[in-house]
Design a protein around this ligand. Structure first.
Ligand SMILES: [Zn+2]
Ligand SMILES: [Zn+2]
Length: 521
């Protein structure tokens, strides 16, 4: 077995991992042509921000790896940096099942349609053809249910033979591949190019999704491999949610993992507490609207937008006679976000107990009177002009979450140079994104380029970390600590270098016997 990465190893975007099973060359039976191998792709996401640097645009998008042995695509959740390369995978001829949770399967066609419209084509026929293909391959799976994955069973080997084959296969591999072990010294170069060598042949592979608490439908993936020599459980974390994230319950650790591939977005940081962030959000908004300026909140249309609506409903509910909260317009300028909010309502069985409790009291956690949703592009432009000319305070929530495109960029271009504007970041801003540039240069009175125009930043810049949709260091440590059967191999992906190193250090402390490596392309 081996795991290779086609993204999310030099940063947080472009998630795409490949699990190869029975990847030995069995010369005597298959003439070394690799016929035994079965591969599974976990996510197929787009690169974003600086993580596209050094890659030609073709490389970022095209499927540059061999897909002939890939038996299935498994989707952890439908953020674009986890699913955005699916149209290219289909274009490359991929024709195997795509497994996703039921909610993800419901969201995915909307996400892909939007991605195609924004980045590829406006031709409705092409878009429809792609979506039809996707829907045909999609297999919705409920949380907690085991599903058997297609696998090539090495039938040429009898069970007595297979033991010898296995041993020899493993000993050959062990001597010919780079050692995957990492010494615990800090400055050792991390090696993981090749991978985990497991001396085993597997006849069965099954898959289970468990709630990840990151966005609606999000899951971590358990893959159980079994064969004559026993079982091996591989867990891919996908993106894990934080404890006390609004709306969704935090993830519970798996019972067992032998090999764990885990994200590390906040591997070196801990989030603010829940009360603190809610208070901070309220305070920032209250002081921001005093000067009749706008508050711009860049937010992913899935997940972050709904969490913000949930928090605003909560604040409004608790501040019924406060004129700021009675009168403020909260504008969601995104037709996609409105669609996704609809899906969040549809799947309310997946909400956490607190959110369900509010429903039971007759509240509408994703809806309130002050909420305005903007649909058409014409209305979008009108709102910008209206707000600019009337100097009426308003909160605007728009995508993209890292300001790399979408309607938020039109707001930023217009309002960043105005000192009464406040920009509020509530999500992770990857290196090289416009969002990260505003965070970095804004407080020094710098500038950014938006749509190729140089825009001075006069607006006040705020960041609240507590709303992260990602587990923090503490959560990531607990995810492993609370497993009954802990992994002997951990592969850290999906994070900046400092975050990965810091998390690796913690895991090495917790599991001195385990092999802890940092994923490399
Ligand atoms: Zn995500
Ligand atoms: Zn991610």
């Amino acid at each position: 077995m081996q795991i290779i990465h086609h993204g999310a190893v030099n940063g947080v975007t472009g998630s795409c991992h490949q699990l190869d099973v029975n990847n030995y060359n069995n010369n005597s039976h298959n003439h070394g042509n690799g016929n035994n191998i079965s591969s599974y792709l976990i996510d197929c996401g787009l690169f974003q921000g600086a993580e596209t640097a050094g890659k030609s645009s073709a490389d970022q998008l095209q499927i540059t790896f061999d897909i002939q042995h890939i038996k299935a695509l498994i989707i952890t959740h439908c953020h674009i940096d986890h699913v955005g390369r699916i149209p290219y995978l289909l274009a490359a001829g991929f024709n195997q099942p795509i497994y996703a949770t039921t909610a993800t399967a419901a969201l995915l066609p909307l996400v892909i349609e939007d991605a195609l419209k924004v980045g590829v084509t406006r031709d409705p026929k092409l878009i429809q053809a792609c979506i039809n293909r996707l829907k045909k391959l999609l297999v919705p799976v409920d949380y907690g249910q085991w599903i058997t994955l297609p696998i090539n069973i090495p039938t040429a080997i009898s069970s007595t033979e297979s033991a010898t084959e296995m041993d020899s296969a493993s000993s050959i591999e062990k001597t010919t591949t780079e050692p995957a072990t990492i010494s615990s010294t800090e400055n050792t170069e991390d090696i993981s190019k090749e991978t985990i060598v497991t001396p085993a042949i597997y006849h069965k592979a099954k898959l289970k999704f468990k709630p990840a608490g990151h966005i609606l439908g999000s899951a971590y993936v358990e893959i159980d491999l079994s064969g004559p020599s026993g079982n091996h459980r591989v867990v891919f974390s996908g993106d894990l949610g934080a404890t006390y994230a609004p709306l969704l319950a935090s993830p519970k650790s798996p019972y067992r993992a032998d090999t764990l591939v885990i994200e590390s977005t906040y591997g070196d940081k801990n989030h603010q507490g829940r009360k603190e962030r809610s208070k901070q959000l309220k305070n920032i908004i209250e002081s921001a609207v005093k000067d009749n300026g706008v508050v711009l909140i860049p937010a992913f249309s899935i997940g972050r937008t709904q969490e913000l609506l949930y928090e605003f409903e909560h604040i409004i509910h608790r501040n019924k006679h406060n004129p700021v909260w009675e009168n403020i317009d909260i504008i969601v300028d995104s037709p996609m976000a409105a669609n996704f909010t609809q899906k969040y309502r549809q799947f309310k069985t997946l909400w956490d107990n607190e959110a369900k409790g509010k429903l039971a009291q007759g509240r509408h956690p994703l809806y309130f009177n002050q909420l305005i949703t903007i649909d058409s592009h014409q209305d979008h432009l009108s709102v910008i002009n209206y707000l600019d000319s009337t100097h009426k305070p308003a909160i605007i929530i728009a995508a993209s979450g890292m300001c790399t495109g979408g309607r938020i960029t039109n707001y930023l271009a217009r309002f960043l140079p105005i000192p009464t504007t406040d920009i509020l970041f509530v999500g992770y801003q990857a290196q090289g994104t416009t969002g990260r540039d505003i965070q970095t240069y804004g407080p020094q009175g710098g500038y950014v380029y938006i749509n190729e125009l140089k825009i001075d930043i006069k607006a006040a810049i705020h960041t609240i970390s507590g709303y992260s949709a990602h587990a923090d260091q503490h959560n990531l440590i607990n995810f492993v600590k609370r497993m009954h059967h802990k992994p002997s191999h951990i592969r850290i992906v999906h994070g900046d270098n400092e975050a990965k190193q810091a998390l690796a250090k913690e895991y090495r402390k917790m599991l001195p016997e385990a092999e802890i490596v940092i994923g490399k392309e």
